[in-house]
Design a protein around this ligand. Sequence first.
Ligand code: PLP
Length: 409
Amino acid sequence: MPGPELADISTEELDGLAERYLAPNYGKRIGLPIALIRGSGCWGYTPEGDKYLDFLGGIAVCVLGHCHPAVTRAIADQAERLLHASNLFLTEPQVRLAQMLVEHSFAEQAFFCNSGAEANEAALKLAKKIAQDRGETQRYEVVSLQDSFHGRTIATLSATGQTKLQEGFKPLLPGVNYLPINDVQAAHELIGERTCAVIVEPIQGESGVRPVGEEYLRMLRELCTERGAALILDEIQSGMGRTGKLFAFEHAGIEPDIVTLAKGLGNGMPIGAMLAKRETMSHLSPGSHGSTFGGNPVACAAALATLETLFEENLMERVQELSEHLFRQLKELRKAFPKRIREIRGLGLMVGVELDEAASVHRALLERGILTNCVRGKTIRLLPPFIITRAEIDLFIGELRAILAEEES
Ligand SMILES: Cc1ncc(COP(=O)(O)O)c(C=O)c1O
């Protein structure tokens, strides 16, 4: 593994250059400047040779861990053959990836883009287009959930139910309404003949790992069908096997009209996707939407290798087993520290540990060599790669226990 001799630059130097040359939108990132120069499995390495156990996986991206050999090989092979072609021409990885996604889902066709925001942007456009094609010109409103997160473009920020993130960017898209999560009556009142789309994360990730509930999802499905709105399920964080099934909505036994994917799809290569049935997708008529890089052969080759590995190595079953192990240990920890740990939420390997105050625990975990994420100062978010071992989970639990015990002493 890399030692200091392999690093071209120190963390301190990088931090200084970043401060000078990068836009300040990420602020001080996680508080401590940490630079990663190499990753392997569930571990990330710094220029100084320190190593971190990655319980965040690049925010739900590295589902197979860092630099999985199958993905790295697929990227290298494809990069030697054809790096880019544009969508004026056919490329095999894009078509094969669409085929594979279709063969493992309710969908019949796929559209590819480069990020989660772009996938949701495409979904919102498609929902509008469906209504317009039907002559329903007044059906352009979007319903989303309070505390949701759907991206940072103007349309997806408009659909994001968090006023704090919208500050400074108004006016946003007109006609977006936010439902209080699990409020059935509000859903009946807000979803109506002007609603073209209802967009929902089956598990809200950015607001602290909050499952919206299977019954609520089923109710939204019925309501959308009844009122003629497209149900868009944003599986950008919860998809790709993270909950033990390829899509989190499968737990509720429903089918969306449109599903969006990104993050884990390319295991680190930037790629987003929108999936739907052929009839729904037919409204994306020639020339109506597009992307120069969308469906890029290298990104698609990485995604194909990721999906193949996911299925060949039964990693979704592994997610379920590891999840049971992780939840069991977290629940024990909660019993030991009932005042500090308020709630443990999530599904599969998408887990939120809510504390009365989490920022100090997040920092202490970093200092002990574990990467997690602190959401809204209260929740430690865990999104480890699916290849994490029981021993690595135990290591994390041991450190968390030691931090909470140290606080008490
Ligand atoms: C549920 C969800 N939707 C959309 C996005 C936006 O994805 P991206 O950052 O790739 O644009 C994210 C990113 O965190 C997300 O978690």
